[in-house]
Design a protein around this ligand. Structure first.
Ligand code: ZN
Length: 273
């Protein structure tokens, strides 16, 4: 599933092709994805200029003067910039057609989304899917203090609190395990039992790990218009994730695997207290 770093790399990859460009049309090859496509989407955005390509959590926001096209990649979505003559393949459900290129969404499992938020209803961030998201992990609001303040009444395990995305977005399963390892925090620790100093370390770890993943994704993806160009995210930098039974790279202790809320968690019981 595309995580925040993949979505950010996608944003950086497609933005140069979309910024300031006029939409010539759209192609819809399904009723919709997770939800139906917006009614009369072509009428809404044809002839209009894309003013900016932003991201909130895992949502891409294509801003127009009169509203925002919200795009989510779901479980299996992938955006490409292609020539106008590019042949249509299976699962190519949505094209945003520009004068000289098109942006195509391929999504085999169709859990992605293409939605429209009218400017008159307020900022895109007030959309029902976006309004309850936690802060951006790479933004200025995120800090150890924020984690500390928002967990004083939270008895759930810290790993679950991170995954919920309600305090901070974008810390998916891999990144939660890795951040907690880097910060030396056992993933089962109740969130309200972690002090400010440890939360400062955790916030720093989250920033650093997500930044590294974005840099690696960006560097392995030479050209976003390359149809076969899919980056390998964060595969060579994992200390614990998917390493059950192998020795900890720091202390040599065996890496443990447990289940938390249907998801696998990996950690070193010696390095993480
Ligand atoms: Zn260890």
């Amino acid at each position: 599933m595309p995580e925040l770093p993949e979505v950010e790399v996608t944003r950086r990859g497609v933005a140069p092709y979309l910024d300031g460009k006029v939409v010539v049309g759209v192609a819809l090859r399904a009723e919709g994805l997770r939800w139906p496509f917006p009614a009369d989407l072509a009428g809404k955005i044809t002839g209009r200029t894309i003013r900016a390509v932003k991201r909130r959590g895992k949502y891409l926001l294509l801003e127009f003067d009169h509203g925002t096209l919200i795009v989510h990649l779901g479980m299996s979505g992938h955006l490409q910039i292609l020539p106008l003559s590019a042949p249509v393949k299976k699962h190519d459900h949505f094209d945003l057609v520009l004068e000289d290129k098109l942006m195509r969404l391929n999504d085999p499992r169709r859990f992605g989304a293409v939605l429209w938020h009218e400017r008159g209803k307020g900022a895109a961030e007030s959309h029902v899917l976006l309004s309850s998201l936690g802060v951006e992990p790479l933004g200025t609001e995120f800090s150890g203090k924020l984690l500390y303040r928002n967990t004083r009444n939270r008895k759930s395990a810290i790993k679950q609190v991170l995954l919920s995305g309600r305090i901070v977005v974008g810390v998916g399963n891999i990144y939660a395990s890795e951040s907690l390892f880097q910060a030396g925090i056992n993933p089962e620790t109740p969130a309200n039992r972690i002090g400010l100093a440890r939360y400062e370390r955790l916030a720093q770890a989250i920033r650093s790990i997500l930044t590294t993943a974005i840099e690696q994704g960006g560097s392995t993806l030479r050209d976003f218009s390359d149809p076969d160009g899919r980056p390998g995210y964060f595969q060579n930098s994992r200390f614990v994730y998917d390493r059950a039974g192998q020795p900890c790279l720091i202390c040599g202790n065996t890496i443990s695997q447990i289940r938390q809320g249907q998801r696998s968690t990996f950690f070193c019981a010696n390095c993480q207290k």
